[in-house]
Design a protein around this ligand. Sequence first.
Ligand code: PLP
Length: 400
Amino acid sequence: MKFADRLNRLGGETAFAVGAEAGALAREGKKIYPFHLGDLNITTPQNIIDAAYKAMNDGKTGYCPTGGILELREALAQDVGKARGIDYTPDSVSVQPGGKPIIGKFMQVVMNEGDEVLYPNPGYPIYESQITYFGGVPKPYRLMETDAGFVIDMDDLISNITPKTCAIVYNNFHNPLGAKSTDEEMKQLADLCIKNDLYVLSDEAYFDILYEGTGKSIASLPGMEERTLILYTFSKKYAMTGWRLGAGIGPADLIKHISTLNVNAESCTTHFIQWAGVEALTGPQEPSKAIIEELRGRLDTAYDALTAIPGVKVHKPDCTFYLFPNVTGAMKMMNISDVEEFRKIMLKETGVSFTTRKHFGTPYPGETEQYIRLAYSGINSDQIEEGLGKMKDILEDFVR
Ligand code: PLP
């Protein structure tokens, strides 16, 4: 059978393949320490589950408005606007089955075929996939390691802007790096967007997964609200990854087009789940705070365990639930040059399952440092300690 040519341009999320590999080993009886996927092993708060049941029992089981029920759009405009210091209205909101659908819809709305779109590398792999799938030209910009953590390489970003550049994807509170922009970095980026008249997809999936301070959105900087679409999701903050509930929030004329894409695809986001979203935003926030506290404990455990492993260096981000350790030293000790080989050996020998730099974009020519990504959202502290302890044992053998 012959399928459409454009499918050759569609990428994927190879982290799911690592999950399948680990799953196969688990079925053979191997104990697995799951650090590969950004999912949570924490249950959705009970008040949100109850609200979904109530909505179903109240008959909220039919179609509903394409862009989302008014009550949820109001709650999102209020909550997201307040946290960012922006006056959003329900017309600024298009409810989606998850945050992810916003990526492809943004490309369809702002990008013509042949237009260039900047996106972070390393970064979430779906950006590149959706840019190329919809006929754009993906232009990666580099994030680089410094003593203070990962930062945007502004010179690299600027060198990639051309008259064909129409948009940039910006993922503050960054997956996989856990990077957070300084005010100066965010301002520099905003100035570039205004100067070059770029749209911005501000992927704020981790805006609320913060262990220090408060979140800041590029949309709140002068001249940015009118050119920025925020990707919002309930997935992480409320441990609702499987519910599939998110939104695009931004200028009303852009939002209208996003919702028209929904008419053509989903019709609407599941009705009763939207009512659960209303409860999530307007009900008690203590359960969400408890999720952050649980994650904070895991971060401390994982960071301490990683820093004890010979040949591993790691920054301690104060956001997201990812760590991105530099394992160049460990690989040298084991005489391994390919980080994927390192991953496979660790999975087989210790059951510790993680992704690598290669799952988050194409490494740059001459990139010498090697990294892995650990997500600590799906594994409890005692298991984090046990699993990373096994990695430590292996590497200590090479020191002796
Ligand atoms: N953006 C980033 C950076 C992510 O890491 C994820 C999920 O892991 C998403 C967007 C999409 O999340 P969801 O579709 O569950 O809202």
